[in-house]
Design a protein around this ligand. Structure first.
Ligand SMILES: O=C(O)CCC(=O)C(=O)O
Length: 264
């Protein structure tokens, strides 16, 4: 596998329609096509972007989700572009909230099951939580993954950093009410871990009246925001230079200076 050091990456934000896998897939693919036409090598989609949190019906939607993954895999291979985002995943008789990263050769390189389920929306009542952190080597370098509420746990991002993550992919349905937290947490995680963050959040309103701000973000290892979405469906994109990770880490040697002997 050839690893790129400079490439374009983006996020595709849209209003996820609850339970309508066919429509969500079609919208996601049209935005991903748009990104691919502009030369992107990575497109990140929101959390549960094919189903929404259709909790009561999620099991019934699983065959359509499986077909959706197949279509996304074909897309990734045909357009030589990695695609990521979270989807429901069935395993051991349970459903997980799983972030998939399908690499540009169509191989699924990451399946990360969300570690922290969000109690405020009752996520834990319907889904099982994962029990593994995930980093993986991809065509875009070593990637670490997080889903939505995970952003509030700096310990997770730090473990991914210590496991070599240089680019973080984050998929979310983060509500408007706490958009300031979303923006601050992403920048903080990028600064403290000196890594690229490509973060996608949905737009629109769900049937419970929760409003989502979009505001997908691409943040560099210095914490500079290179691209940020508004609250409309669409794409954001930025030029990624992975050498900036080394430069920032050499300038301020956080990994070397951290006191793991004191705080683990
Ligand atoms: O942490 C938050 O404020 C939002 C988290 C969330 O909505 C989720 O994880 O689904």
């Amino acid at each position: 596998m050839i690893t790129k050091t400079t490439f374009k990456a983006g996020a595709v934000q849209f209003d996820v329609k609850i339970g309508n896998v066919r429509e969500n897939l079609s919208v996601a693919l049209s935005h991903l096509e748009h990104l691919a036409d502009q030369g992107a090598c990575l497109g990140v989609c929101p959390e549960f972007f094919l189903t929404g949190f259709d909790n009561e019906n999620i099991t019934r939607l699983m065959p359509a989700v499986k077909e959706g993954i197949q279509r996304l895999t074909e897309f990734a291979r045909n357009r030589s572009m990695a695609v990521a985002g979270s989807l429901p995943e069935q395993g051991n008789g349970q459903i997980f909230n799983t972030l998939y990263l399908i690499d540009a050769d169509g191989e699924i390189r990451i399946r990360y099951r969300k570690l922290h389920l969000f109690p405020l929306t009752g996520e834990h009542l319907y889904y099982a939580r994962g029990d593994e952190m995930v980093t993986a080597d991809t065509s875009l370098g070593r990637v670490g993954t997080m889903i939505c509420y995970d952003l509030r746990f700096p310990e997770l991002a730090r473990r991914l950093f210590l496991d070599g993550a240089r680019l973080f992919v984050v998929s979310a349905q983060w509500p408007l009410a706490r958009v300031a937290h979303w923006q601050a947490l992403i920048r903080a995680r990028a600064i403290e871990n000196q890594a690229w963050f490509i973060c996608c959040n949905r737009t629109g309103t769900d049937p419970d009246g929760l409003v989502f701000p979009g505001s997908s973000m691409i943040v560099d290892p210095n914490g500079s925001v290179l691209a940020q979405g508004d609250d409309e469906p669409g794409i954001i994109m930025a030029d990624i230079d992975m050498d900036l990770v080394d430069l920032v880490r050499q300038t301020i040697p956080v990994e070397q200076d951290r006191r793991g002997d004191i705080y683990g």
